[in-house]
Design a binder for this molecule. Sequence first.
Ligand SMILES: [Mn+2]
Length: 252
Amino acid sequence: MVAAASILTRNYCESLFFVVGKIDFPPIKALSAWSCFCKASCHNRARKRGCAGTKSVMARTSSQKRKTAETDIVLSLDLDGSGNSTIETGIGFFDHMLTLFSRHSLIDLQVKTMGDLHIDAHHTVEDTAIVLGDALRAALGSKEGITRYGHAYLPMDETLARVVIDLSNRPHLEFRTPPNAASAPNFPLTLTEEFCRALASNLRCNLHVELLYGRDGHHIAEAIFKGIARALRVAVAIDPRVKGVPSTKEAL
Ligand SMILES: [Mn+2]
């Protein structure tokens, strides 16, 4: 009723503004302001309902902290963001990967990881993926109304990756690459695999990553991270036609 009334009010405002505008009535600015106010209040009510047309009422956000002898991580995210990120892991290439992950998933992401880089990048990458997985799972909550499945074919010049994800609550990683697939100059492909394994284990998702072909190690890693981002963007999206949890078990 409230929504219907506000739409009627808005339409009335706009009609009045239109009619009055045509005959150049003096209080036109006041009416214009009134029309803007009506539009804004409609918009705000839609936001409170959960982003016009979705069923999500709660914000799908999460903040996580994790500290061990190897890494110290603070991470926060918003599933319904616009791809804004602040990333600081101490590994330039990994920062590049997480930045493009945020941009292409539209998940807002803030990450600060201080890891034992005097040893190597392994703990920093793996533990950041653990916390990212935890945060994504927490932000998804009961998973009511989500799309659940997502996939992407991701080209990067000569490289093509395929990523398929199911937010199934059953952790599994398939990571398939052709023999002797190249690594980026400062980021072994095995680290990308470790990232995927830790993400799948802690998000508790089924993640299939397949490098169909590719030569350049930078392109290969980038295609995989972007592929995960695009697949996840679809899987976490709210589908307004989904009633409850998208599983015949009624739980995910
Ligand atoms: Mn790049």
